[in-house]
Design a protein around this ligand. Structure first.
Ligand code: ADP
Ligand code: TYD
Length: 209
C-alpha cells in the first residue's frame, strides 16, 4: 500500500511546524506510522546544506542558492521520503518545491517555471498528495518571528517586499492547483486550522474495514 506525502507551506512564522506537530500527533494516535521531515535539513547531508544556505556569511548567488535547495530536496526525497511513502507511511513535511518557486522564483526574481523544472528533475517528479498553505500577511509574520527568534536566517532577513512577493507567488500556485492545495488563513486559531487540516487529511486516508 502506498502512503501519503503531505507538505506544509507558507511564510516564516505562519505556523507550519505547529500544525505539522498537531497533525502528526493526531495521525499517530489513530494508529498511523508518521515521518516528520523538513526542507532544508531533513537528512544528515541536508543539515550541512541547511547550515550553508541559511547561515553562511557572505553572498550566495541566486542560482547557486536555488541549486543548494534542489540538492537538499533530491537527497531527502531519494533517501527518506520516497522509501517511507513506499512502505505505506505518512510523511508530513515542512516546505517542499513550492518554497523554491516562491522564494527563489518570486523572491529572488528568477524564472519560476525554470525553478520548478529543476525540482521536478531533482525529485523525479515526486509530488505531494496534499499541500497546506498557511497564508499570512508578511508584516504579521515578521512580528511573530520577532517574538520567537534571537537571530534571523538569510531568507528571514530579506525585506518585507521580498516576503510580499513570496506570499503572492504561493497564492498564485494554490489558485492554479486547487486539487493539491488547501489554503487556510494563518491568523485563525491554532485549533481551527488544525481541525480544517484533519478534515482534509481524513478524506485521503484509506477507509477502515
Ligand atoms: P513556522 O514553522 O511556519 O515558522 P511556527 O509553527 O514556528 O511557524 O510558529 C511561529 C510562531 O507563531 C510561534 O510562536 C507559534 O506559537 C505562533 N503561532 C503558530 N500558529 C499560530 C496561530 N494560528 N495564531 C497565532 N500564533 C501562532
Ligand atoms: P524553515 O526551516 O521553514 O525556517 P524556519 O523553521 O526557521 O521558519 O526554512 C528556512 C528558510 O529557507 C525559509 O526562510 C524559507 C527558505 N527556503 C527557500 O528559500 N527555498 C526553499 O526551497 C526552501 C525549502 C526553503
Amino acid at each position: 500500500m502506498s502512503g501519503l506525502f503531505i507538505t506544509l507551506e507558507g511564510g516564516d512564522g505562519s505556523g507550519k511546524s505547529t500544525q505539522a506537530g498537531l497533525l502528526a500527533d493526531w495521525l499517530v494516535e489513530s494508529g498511523h506510522t508518521v515521518l516528520r521531515s523538513r526542507e532544508p535539513g531533513g537528512t544528515e547531508l541536508g543539515l550541512e546544506l541547511r547550515e550553508i544556505v541559511l547561515h553562511r556569511r557572505g553572498d550566495i548567488a541566486p542560482r547557486a542558492e536555488a541549486l543548494i535547495y534542489a540538492a537538499d530536496r533530491a537527497h531527502n526525497i531519494a533517501t527518506q521520503v520516497r522509501p517511507a511513502v513506499g512502505r505505506g507511511e505518512i510523511v508530513i513535511q515542512d516546505r517542499y518545491l513550492d518554497s523554491s518557486i516562491a522564494y527563489q522564483g518570486a523572491g529572488r526574481v528568477l524564472d519560476g517555471e525554470e525553478i520548478r523544472k529543476i525540482s521536478v528533475w531533482a525529485t523525479e517528479g515526486f509530488m505531494p498528495h496534499l499541500t497546506v498553505l498557511l497564508d499570512l500577511d508578511e508584516e504579521i509574520g515578521r512580528t511573530r518571528l520577532d517574538e520567537s527568534r534571537t537571530r534571523y536566517d538569510r531568507l528571514e532577513a530579506e525585506a518585507n517586499t521580498f516576503h510580499a512577493r513570496v506570499r503572492a507567488s504561493y497564492l498564485a500556485l494554490a489558485e492554479a492547483d486547487p486539487e493539491r492545495f488547501l489554503v487556510l488563513s494563518a491568523t485563525d486559531s491554532i485549533e481551527s486550522i488544525a481541525a480544517a487540516i484533519r478534515h482534509r487529511v481524513q478524506a485521503l486516508l484509506p477507509v477502515e474495514h
